[in-house]
Design a protein around this ligand. Structure first.
Ligand SMILES: Cc1cc2nc3c(=O)[nH]c(=O)nc-3n(C[C@H](O)[C@H](O)[C@H](O)COP(=O)(O)OP(=O)(O)OC[C@H]3O[C@@H](n4cnc5c(N)ncnc54)[C@H](O)[C@@H]3O)c2cc1C
Length: 273
């Protein structure tokens, strides 16, 4: 957007960035790095707006606590903000505190990097029944998000996780892991206590298609098998592949790796039985 009445030739280009997750911070970083300094002045001036008091978006409130390497991205983002050439404005919600009209008056360009924090609606009968929760809420709870209640009703012995992406595996892993193993992470106390007291014995992960269509990645899949005292149970009928699945396995290295890993587990499971 370029709508400012004032000419930009005599002053820096003013850019507003909305959302201080990794996308917003990296966009700010790239813009400042491309900044030519003329006569000692910055040619780009950046204001980074964030709805929450603190930055880093889903790295803080989405990535599971037992993924310290990914959580560590916060350090890289912090270095960018710590340089002092980007103005961070927390506690400002676009659409409530500021509108596009305000931005048009004060900025030459706006970058929206507000992420995708909400759960997708699922058209499944009973989705609204008691005991059914969206993954984003549960993840926000275990990551200590300030907008989510601190208590979570972890009362079920059997839990169904619907979906076959990395978030499904994060949720399944957090549910089955010994809570004590999480003490080395930044897990909030209330979450540790709730997971420690959780009566869960079985977590069922459901996908609408088969192993050749899963969306999680090999690292996250293998991580699940490293969880202490956890048996992974697979069903042979899920490994009867149709033509499209065979083609996907042939042509895609990642799918092949996943299917091979799952098939090996299936073989081991039946060899032990
Ligand atoms: C549960 C979960 C687990 C994940 N685990 C991993 C992982 O292990 N490894 C990995 O690489 N990736 C992981 N990801 C993905 C990773 O978190 C995202 O790809 C990344 O955070 C996206 O960055 P972003 O900046 O686009 O959005 P976000 O991180 O969502 O940041 C958007 C920011 O915009 C702010 N915002 C939103 N609306 C407004 C508004 N109206 N006004 C002002 N500010 C606003 C938000 O508060 C937020 O700070 C995970 C994601 C989820 C959901």
């Amino acid at each position: 957007m370029s709508n400012s009445a004032e000419s930009t030739s005599s002053r820096p280009l003013r850019v507003a960035i909305v959302g201080a997750g990794p996308a917003g911070v990296y966009a700010a970083d790239i813009l400042t790095k491309s900044n030519e300094v003329k006569d000692g002045d910055f040619q780009v001036s950046i204001d980074l707006f964030e709805a929450y008091p603190a930055p880093y978006g889903l790295i803080r409130y989405g990535v599971a606590p037992d993924h310290p390497r990914i959580k560590g991205i916060v350090n890289a983002l912090h270095k960018v903000l710590d340089r002092g050439d980007i103005r961070f404005l927390g506690n400002v919600t676009y659409g409530r505190d500021l509108t596009l009209h305000d931005f048009r008056a004060f900025y030459d360009a706006v970058i929206f990097s507000t992420g995708a924090i909400k759960d997708a609606d699922l058209d499944i009968p009973g989705i609204g029944l008691e005991g059914s929760f969206g993954g984003a809420d549960f993840v926000s709870w275990y990551d200590g998000h300030p907008d989510v209640p601190r208590d979570w009703p972890l009362e079920a012995k059997e839990i169904a996780v619907i979906g076959n992406g990395n978030v499904a595996l994060d949720v399944a892993r957090m549910l089955v892991k010994h809570a004590d193993e999480l003490l080395v992470t930044e897990i909030p106390d209330n979450v540790y206590r709730a997971l420690k007291d959780s009566p869960v014995t079985d977590v069922h992960v459901f996908g609408r298609r088969g192993p050749a269509q899963v969306k999680f990645t090999p690292l996250e899949l293998r991580e699940l098998s490293h969880a202490k005292d956890v048996d992974i149970v697979l069903y042979p009928e899920d490994f009867e592949f149709d033509e499209a699945s065979d083609e996907a396995i042939r042509s895609n290295n990642q799918i092949r790796t996943m299917v091979n890993t799952l098939t090996n587990w299936l073989v081991e499971e039946h060899a032990e039985a």
